[in-house]
Design a protein around this ligand. Structure first.
Ligand SMILES: NC(=O)c1ccc[n+]([C@@H]2O[C@H](COP(=O)([O-])OP(=O)(O)OC[C@H]3O[C@@H](n4cnc5c(N)ncnc54)[C@H](OP(=O)(O)O)[C@@H]3O)[C@@H](O)[C@H]2O)c1
Length: 364
């Protein structure tokens, strides 16, 4: 281990624990909450929930841990009044995509750093006015805003740039996620938020709510990656697709009828002129019988150029943990909690994480 690594590893215990507010306790939020409760360098300062049934309960009870003395609240004013270093923002996606902005701006203006898993990955990709509003809230509170997670958060923003450091010339770069949703339990999420089971005539892949929401979310991956590689994109364009079920598919959340949506592909291209230099392709599919999805890794990063590179990444489910937490939930919680020291020590404003290549590959 190098001297620098020893110093970096030792530093967290030399300061007081980071005071953390957990915002929302779904599958992702609860995994983050447990990581905070279990981590010696983190101290739970507050807990915001949406459901009345959880309000007033001890955070430890919600997380299946010992009592913490921190009670869940539905009041943002209670949260704003707390002394805390950072808020871990893990609510459900809402329509429209910017529906959480008011809450986040209030948190930032009150002096709390915010790490979100839903948005704020690369705000400039959603327009200057949007980024300026967030920046102004950061300036008011002397706070920092960062979005992170696996996708968005890691694959395009951090993996792809690091890997591109091997290239002398870049032709094109594809980041692809394929996630099998056949065992997802939450019917609202699968049918309403992911759009499965919709009749094709109901799906507007250009201006519909899902196309707009996921277009805005994943456009930020393309924008962040282009910025890291200093690629002078002239346009970012949606190219969304759906695949219909060849027969009825029995999924855990309910039945996907034949002829309705059984896979969505939220696909965004980063262009220079008419040339597709970056493609970010997010595929959610109801099982392996859907045409085109017979074999896949969870994430793939494919670069073409000199040299070409193909990287496949699958998370491995931890064994014998006795809890239902999935590898993806641990992965997102890891990205979020490990970001805390960096976000807390960053200067006020919108933060991007390191992950740049050693130099920018030449476009061939
Ligand atoms: N960046 C990434 O890599 C990544 C990966 C996966 C997921 N995500 C994001 O994580 C989000 C949460 O996923 P999850 O699996 O935790 O979902 P989930 O298990 O369905 O949990 C839903 C959460 O939403 C909260 N909620 C309830 N009503 C709400 C409302 N009206 N507005 C906002 N939130 C509300 C719930 O609050 P309480 O239960 O606390 O009351 C609960 O915490 C997803 O929407 C997704 O965008 C990001």
């Amino acid at each position: 281990m190098t001297e620098t690594a020893v110093t970096a590893a030792a530093s967290p215990s030399q300061r007081r624990p980071y005071r953390v507010i957990q915002w929302a306790t779904g599958a992702m939020g609860k995994t983050c909450l447990r990581s905070v409760i279990d981590h010696p360098d983190l101290e739970l300062a507050g807990l915001y929930v949406y459901s009345d049934a959880k309000a007033g309960r001890d955070a430890g009870d919600i997380a299946r841990r010992e009592p913490t003395g921190v009670m869940a609240t539905r009041s943002i004013d209670d949260i704003l009044a707390l002394e805390a270093d950072v808020v871990l923002h893990c609510p459900l996606l809402k329509f429209p995509y910017n529906a959480h902005d008011d809450d986040v701006c209030r948190l930032l203006a009150s002096g709390k750093n915010v790490i979100s898993i839903n948005n704020y990955f690369h705000p400039a990709s959603l327009g200057e006015a949007h980024a300026e509003r967030l920046k102004a809230s950061c300036e008011r509170g002397g706070s920092t805003l960062a979005g992170t997670g696996i996708n968005p958060g890691l694959i395009a923003e951090r993996f792809a740039p690091v890997v591109s450091g091997l290239l002398t010339e870049l032709e094109s770069l594809l980041c692809r996620e394929v996630y099998d949703c056949i065992d997802m339990p939450n019917a609202n999420y699968v049918f309403d938020v992911m759009g499965m089971g919709a009749r094709p005539e109901e799906v507007d892949l250009e201006n519909g709510p899902l196309a707009t929401l996921f277009g805005a979310m994943y456009r930020q991956c393309v924008g962040a990656l282009a910025e890291r590689l200093e690629l002078p994109l002239t346009d970012i364009r949606n190219d969304h697709q759906v695949t219909l079920a060849p027969r009825d598919i029995k999924a855990r959340a309910g039945t996907i009828r034949a002829g309705t949506v059984a896979a969505t592909n939220w696909q965004i291209h980063g262009l220079i002129g008419e040339r597709r230099v970056i493609t970010h392709s997010v595929n959610w599919v109801m099982g392996g019988d859907v045409p085109g999805y017979e074999q896949f890794s969870h994430w793939e990063v494919s670069l073409r150029g000199k040299p070409g590179i193909d990287i496949r990444m699958d998370l491995v489910e931890p064994e014998n943990t006795g809890v239902k937490t999935t590898a993806v939930q641990y992965g997102v919680a890891g990205m979020v909690t490990q970001a805390i020291p960096h976000v807390v020590s960053a200067p006020p404003g919108l933060m991007t994480f390191p992950g740049a290549p050693h130099y920018t590959p030449r476009l061939s």
